[in-house]
Structure formats: C-alpha cells, structure tokens
Design a protein around this ligand. Structure first.
Ligand code: PMP
Length: 355
C-alpha cells in the first residue's frame, strides 16, 4: 500500500533526492568511489559544497555580504552559537513554542535574555503581536515556524536590530527577503535533507562585536573563513541537500513551491474547518502554519481519537499523531509532500465522518 508520510522530521524527501543520494552512495559520478568514502577536501566534494551553497543563494536570492554554511550539530547547536557570537548585553526572544523556549534558555546562559512576548497562555496556538522590543537588545530571535503547535510567521519582520530566525521547519517553503535577517538557520531534516546538518545564512558584518573569546567550532567567522570546511562536514546530508535544491530549482524555485504549499494547506484546513468531527488548534487563519497542520477531535468526538488514528493508518497515513504537548493530530505538509497525500488524508477524514 502507498504510504502517505506526514512525519514532522525527519520527514518526507523528494524521490529525486532519495534516488540520487542512493546512486551517489553507490558510486559518485563515475569516480569509482562512494560519496561516503571520498575526502571532503577532494575536488568532487568541494564542488558539491560549493554548488549547494550557491543554490541556496540562488533560490533565496541571498544578497551580497551573506555566507551560507552547512554545520553539524543541528538547529539545537545554533541555539547556543547565536548568543556565543552575538550576545553582548541583552537579547530579545519571541516565545512561540517549545523550540523558541529552548533557544531562549540557551541565550539566558549568557545574561539577560528577554522574553518579549509569549503565546504560552493559550498553549502556543497563536503568534503574539504588538509587543515592544528593548532598544538595547543585541538581536531579536524568532522561530518562524512552530513545528509542534502549528503556527507560522510568514512576514519578514522589520526590526531596528539584528533579526535572527530559526527556520528549521519552513526554510525554502516561500520566497523571503533575506536582507531583513542577520542570521537564518535551520536543521535540514524537514525541507532539505536527512538529519545531521544545519544550514546557516549569515550576514558577515554582524560578527566580531562581542568581547568574549569563542571556541573555534562555535565561531561563525572560523566557519566562514574555511568555507564550511573547518572540520569534516556531514558529507552525505550535504550531498542529499544538493539533490533537494536541484529538485526545487527544476520545479521553478520557491515562488512555485509557495503556490503549491498554499494549495496543499488550504485543502486540509478547509476540510478540518468543514468536518464537524475535527477542529484546528490554531483559530486565527493568519497564524496557521503551511508546514505543520495541527487538529484535534471536537468535544463531541473526543473518544474517537484512537479510532481515527487506526483508520488513517489502515489507509496508509503515517506520522499524523500529534505531538504529546498538543495531542490530537499533526499533518506535516513539507515541500516534498505531494498534493496527492493531502487529498488522501482529506478523503480519509470524510470517510471517517460517514462511518
Ligand atoms: N527548531 C525547530 C523549529 C524545530 O522544529 C527543531 C526540530 N524539530 C529544532 C529547532 C531542533 O532541531 P535539531 O534536532 O536539528 O537540533
């Protein structure tokens, strides 16, 4: 039976990525060697790294003055690298969920990390607005897509300080104005590649302003200077990322991707709103994520949650159980998820209603 993969991460990747990565693992471009067994300093791998970096720049229209890095340690490593490199007196954080809270906790190790607003009062089901930023903060950190609670900030905010964004679960899902950000980072395992690498897009002129000495592996300047090759980078995830980037470019880039993502998300949200058995946990439409769609059973049908999961599983749906802090269901509709899988889930919800 065909599986419809709604996992939140690691998650579905384009067949193109999986097939080409598998080929490269068997033999990289007639070299007689696997991509896993060539030196990261070989011409072949240097080309892979350069192509991946330049495709990110091309797809997101990254302006001059920015660098693209592929670093180990996942997005969680960035929670500490950001303050290590930018925190001087104070930092501002918008707390929109568990990942944002974790980022904030790491910044607090360095001093005053101000939570400028939080949506914790309603289980992170909305994006706070109308908050004030401390004028003396060194940077403002946001989590653009809240993977667990299904909210998303799609506006490229204008703020009077360096803007830092964790885009782990929505990077490359839409066109964006990179010039508004000092740092954009994300773990690869949603829209890009298998886990093991984080992509970092960084404006060089924000660096070198803190007094502390920074261990080499945590210093963005060292990674920039060594073109992301200061130590042995995660070569297979980077090779896979290159395949996904090519797939995205050939599809027409992030504008086309955004159109597809809008359509997919609308199909599912419309069914959740229409079907009397289900309710979306994010009420305000402008806050609803296009990448992680969270919903629960309505009060009258609470006891049918396990039944629906079983029914959906019998129809090939995988990974729709909601995160334990929200309950219910979460369908992750990342770039690689085909529209056909969303339609299959919608159909499953309709059939369950009839049943
Ligand atoms: N930020 C967000 C928004 C995430 O969704 C995740 C992982 N699901 C992380 C950070 C942590 O990423 P990693 O596991 O790569 O450290």
């Amino acid at each position: 039976m065909k599986k419809h993969n709604f996992y939140a991460g690691p998650s579905i990747l384009p067949a193109y990525t999986i097939e080409n990565t598998a080929k490269g693992i068997l033999e990289l471009d007639n070299t007689g060697l696997s991509v896993m067994e060539i030196s990261h300093r070989s011409k072949e791998f240097m080309d892979i790294m350069e192509q991946a970096q330049s495709l990110i720049k091309e797809l997101l229209d990254v302006p001059q003055g920015y660098h693209v890095l592929f670093l180990g340690g996942g997005a969680s490593m960035q929670f500490c690298m950001v303050p290590y490199n930018l925190f001087q007196k104070k930092a501002a954080y918008l707390n929109t969920g568990s990942w944002a809270s974790k980022a904030l906790k790491e910044a607090a190790v360095f001093g005053e990390a101000v939570e400028v607003a939080s949506s914790r009062d309603r289980n992170f089901s909305y994006i706070p607005r109308g908050y004030e930023l401390p004028a003396d903060a060194d940077y403002f950190h946001i989590t653009t897509n809240n993977t667990i609670y299904g909210t998303e900030i799609r506006e490229d905010l204008d703020v009077p300080m360096t803007l830092v964004a964790d885009m782990s679960s929505d990077i490359l899902s839409r066109p964006m104005d990179v010039s508004k950000y000092g740092i954009i980072y994300g773990g690869a395992q949603k829209n890009l590649a298998p886990s093991g690498v984080a992509v970092v897009i960084i404006r060089e002129d924000i660096l070198g302003k803190v007094d502390r000495s920074i261990p080499s592996m945590l210093d963005y300047r060292i990674h920039i200077e060594h073109k992301s090759m200061f130590n042995t980078p995660p070569v297979v995830p980077i090779y896979a990322a290159l395949q996904t980037l090519r797939w995205l470019r050939d599809l027409g880039g992030v504008s086309v991707m955004e159109r597809i993502n809008i359509e997919k998300a609308a199909l599912l949200y419309d069914e959740i709103d229409r079907n009397p058995m289900f309710r979306c946990t994010v009420e305000d439409e402008q806050d609803r994520s296009r990448m992680n769609i969270c919903f629960v059973m309505t009060d009258a049908h609470q006891e049918r949650e396990a039944d629906f999961l079983e029914f959906a599983s019998s129809r090939g749906m995988v990974g729709i159980k909601g995160h334990r802090s929200v309950g219910g269901f979460r369908a992750s509709t990342y770039n690689a998820l085909p529209r056909e899988s969303v339609l299959a889930l919608v159909e499953t919800m309709k059939e369950f209603e009839k049943k």
